[in-house]
Design a protein around this ligand. Sequence first.
Ligand code: PLP
Length: 430
Amino acid sequence: MKAKKQSSRNSGVVAQKQDRNSSEFEAKSGQRKLSGQTLHGLHGLGPQTKAIHGGEPNRCGVNGPVATEIIRSSTFTFSNTEEMKEWAEGKNKAYIYTRYGNPTLSVAEKKIAALEGAEAAVVSASGMAAISSSLLAVLHSGDELISTAQLYGGTYRLMRDVFPNMGITVHHVQPDLCGIEKRVNARTKALYIETPTNPTLRLVDTEKAIEFAKKHKLVALIDNTFATPVLQNPIRLGYDMVVHSATKALAGHSDIIAGVSVGSQEWMDKVRQMIIYLGGSMDPGAAYLLIRGIKTVGVRVERQCENATAVATFLEKHPKVERVHYPGLKSHPSHELAKKQMRGFGSMLAFDMKGGLPAARRFCDRVRLFLLAASLGGVESLVILPIYSSHYNMSDEELKRAGVSPGTVRVSMGLEDKEDLIEDLKQALE
Ligand code: PLP
């Protein structure tokens, strides 16, 4: 009797396993059925399902952990020298050393690739590691790059201070891409854009930009940090590579520095090679926190969009505020484009204070709930002056081209109650 019970329980588990392994997702009576394979690459799932289950191993059966394992090992064993030889000859894809790859990093990579609708991804130690490794996977000495001028300051400084010494010429255009045709020549290899832009939230028309890149056979790269994969997926439009500062909304809790590049397997093999050469690999502990953060990115971004709309609407009516930069406002120059190409208006906004820098400083020194800190995409709402953070070390001319004025305050919306946030703004603006 006991044995029978045992066997039926065992067979139940086996049956469940077989069932799960039997097929990929199937629509059955309106319900989706899970396969035992990792969910990466499977179509028909909603983005939040992909964020939670994408890249994860089969988790059915007794005693299986629900959370992702951190494989905190710098190096991996082989059974024999024959296996090692095959690895060296590229005949097997075994893990050898964490700078080359690691099972925890692989989960993060498959999850983000699934979210962006791409074939593959490569995680890295920071957004700048992702950006530099992706661009260097494309560009060589003598090549030219066209980039929007309104960029995260670190990316702009990489193009201004490092690329020219490597023989790479960079041409900048405004977010409306005006005059871009005049910038292209036989040496132009790539187009790099960031949308919405940092910090004034102008949008680049992603369809127009990719059309231009395809026409001139340029490799198209886009920084999707501000929009997040929740609000736009440029790979689906034909972009070759998407880069993120995963430090921001993807990880979402202001507790790690992380980056990711996303694209075809072919491009990601090249980016991984750059990560291996230059050493910008991610730590498995950071990968764990990134994976945990990604699981809630959908609900966080939704709430942040709601808070940002409430705060932008409040600020727009305030007599001490000159101008609010939020694509969700009808007054914003990119409002119509945002409605067309994004699924929400985003968690970032900026505003210009009447009274310029002194007024902006006074405001930032008086906030209580908002924290005065760089970065974005976390659960806490933050304010910052771009001229003292992302856009430090830039001339007046460069600031003007980047759309930054000294009285610009950038706001990253968190998840607090919007009524409390507005109360804090009121008292800080008094
Ligand atoms: N891209 C954007 C849009 C950013 O805002 C940042 C950082 O603020 C980066 C890239 C660089 O990312 P990280 O700081 O993770 O290197």
